[in-house]
Design a protein around this ligand. Structure first.
Ligand SMILES: [Zn+2]
Length: 271
């Protein structure tokens, strides 16, 4: 499943090819994914003036005070290809642009979904209304996280993975951030000192920034690319390393299950 860094990498790869382009033709090869798709044919003639991101939603900003919002689900992929290229397997939507390229959406499992929303009412839409701040924004700082953790018995890992607290901290990035900050993933959120929460904010931000940088370097040639940005397993300190020695202290990395998700951590470095 694409996480925030992957979606941000996709956004930055798409934006230069889409921004300022008029939509000349739309082909919908099916009219539903996870939910029914909006009628995208009504976008013909409109201009895409930017591609933004909120949490894991891609936001295609149109010139009609509307935003095409797209979530990639489990297996959704966007590609930019010449219009004459044949439709690939599981390619459900093709949006042709005035410069001769087209935006293609593929999704083998079809858990992706899209909506055409009035831009000014987006913050109240159910997809967005309960989302916490972006992890890389100035709103997400130690004071904010401390307030969100105060008096909470829930495990810190569950707290930082709660999208109403902060968006985009998925299972892998939560585990990596907690390792960097030296915090045990099962520690009660309300029992962590402010200074340690400040370290955690720094860790979350640096882990995500590094993942975005790594993703960006792998798909610099976004046009004609059939690749999809993935994880960079060699960079993980704890995730997927059960039984292997901790890079910091040599102790075996441990795996536990929390709220149905596997968590990896070093029992010596994290407390
Ligand atoms: Zn260790």
């Amino acid at each position: 499943m694409p996480e925030l860094p992957e979606v941000e990498t996709i956004r930055s790869g798409l934006a230069p090819h889409l921004s300022g382009q008029r939509i000349t033709r739309v082909q919908m090869r099916r009219n539903n994914l996870r939910y029914p798709l909006p009628n995208l044919m009504q976008l013909e003639g409109q201009m895409i003036y930017g591609v933004e991101r909120r949490a894991k939603y891609l936001l295609f900003q149109l010139n009609s005070d509307a935003t095409l919002v797209w979530h990639l689900g489990m297996t959704g992929q966007f590609h930019v290809l010449p219009q004459q290229s044949a439709a690939g397997f599981h390619e459900h939507v093709q949006i042709d642009l005035q410069h001769g390229l087209s935006l293609r959406y593929r999704d083998a499992r079809r858990f992706g979904y899209a909506g055409l929303l009035a831009t000014e009412r987006m913050p109240q839409h159910p997809w967005f209304a309960n989302l916490g701040p972006e992890p890389l924004s100035s709103q997400f700082d130690a004071e904010y996280l401390a307030a969100q953790c105060q008096g909470r018995c829930v495990a810190i890992k569950s707290r930082i993975m709660d999208a109403s607290v902060v968006v985009g901290v998925g299972n892998i990035y939560a585990a990596e951030s907690l390792f960097r900050a030296g915090i045990h993933p099962a520690r009660a959120a309300g029992r962590i000192a402010h200074a340690r929460l400040a370290l955690l904010v720094d860790a979350i931000q640096s882990v995500l920034r590094e993942a975005i940088a790594a993703g960006g370097s792998t798909i610099s040639d976004f046009v004609h690319s059939d690749g999809t940005p993935g994880y960079f397993a060699h960079q993980f300190q704890v995730y997927g390393r059960e039984g292997q020695p901790c890079y910091r202290c040599g102790h075996a990395i441990k795996k536990i299950t929390q709220a149905g998700r596997s968590t990896h951590y070093c029992p010596r470095c994290q407390h």
